[in-house]
Design a protein. Structure first.
Length: 255
């Protein structure tokens, strides 16, 4: 009887192990971010901030990145600026009773970086207990534009030392305006966008967009229509360097 009891116990144990082996395990979603990235500083002034960020997506609403887990290997090249959590979600329902509603609630994080000077640094952080690493190469600012014709004049030289110029003014409303851009060596244009600002807090309307990402161009011309003297506009030129494989942008403000 004792042997029989031991035999039943052995069978029960084997069945328990077999059942355990077939219990489904929910895998954690892997964080999605750039493991390596090359970025340009946006100014030649070593004392000025030059901000960039690492965006971590593919997270559930319960996933967290604690500020204490974010580190930089070289503060002289890349310092930490901020940590921002962004939430995305939706919930839908249907009037048709035969259809089932659905919802989704995900989040992402922006790890803000201050690019202090050209060089290399490694950013590490943890999503929960999972350690993540991103290698950053910082490149010095260089003017990507040879021509930036806006309101009838070439303003390419305005962004020699910085990616932003705010000094363009128009004393009267200008109709049927065309802007044109041409790049310096190793640079190509991936898109041009025009924004119209509605107030001093920089709330803007998306006006026009021209995309060349499938076939970046050395020269482009875009008709932006009417430029009103009483409104503020921003023209953004996105560019990529064919040698370094890194991208950046230039902003021109009107009024």
């Amino acid at each position: 009887m004792k042997k029989f009891t031991k035999h039943l116990a052995a069978i029960a144990m084997a069945l328990a192990v077999a059942v355990t082996a077939f219990v489904p395990v929910t895998a954690e979603a892997a964080p999605n971010y750039l493991k390596e990235n090359r970025v340009y500083r946006t100014t030649t002034d070593s004392k000025s901030y030059s901000l960039s960020s690492i965006y971590v997506s593919g997270l559930s609403k319960s996933d967290t990145i604690k500020k204490s887990s974010v580190k930089t290997s070289n503060k002289k090249v890349v310092d930490l600026a901020y940590l921002e959590k962004a939430r995305y979600g939706y919930e839908s329902d249907y009037f048709d009773a035969t259809m089932q509603g659905n919802s989704n609630d995900t989040c992402g994080y922006y790890i803000g970086l201050n690019l202090k000077k050209p060089g290399k640094a490694t950013i590490t952080f943890k999503v929960g207990k999972k350690k993540c690493t991103s290698k950053i190469t910082v490149l010095k600012w260089e003017n990507p534009l040879k021509t930036a014709k806006i309101l009838g004049k070439n303003h390419a030289g305005r962004v020699k030392n910085s990616n932003m110029y705010r000094g363009l003014k128009t004393k009267s409303t200008q109709k049927n305006q065309t802007v044109s851009f041409a790049t310096n060596k190793n640079w190509k244009i991936t898109s041009v966008a025009v924004f119209q600002f509605e107030d001093v807090n920089e709330t803007y309307n998306y006006e026009e967009h021209w995309s060349y990402s499938n076939a970046p161009k050395k020269k482009v011309s875009c008709n932006i229509g009417t430029v009103n003297k009483n409104k503020t506009y921003k023209i953004t030129v996105n560019v990529t360097n064919t040698k370094t494989k890194a991208s950046t942008y230039v902003d021109y403000y009107i009024n």
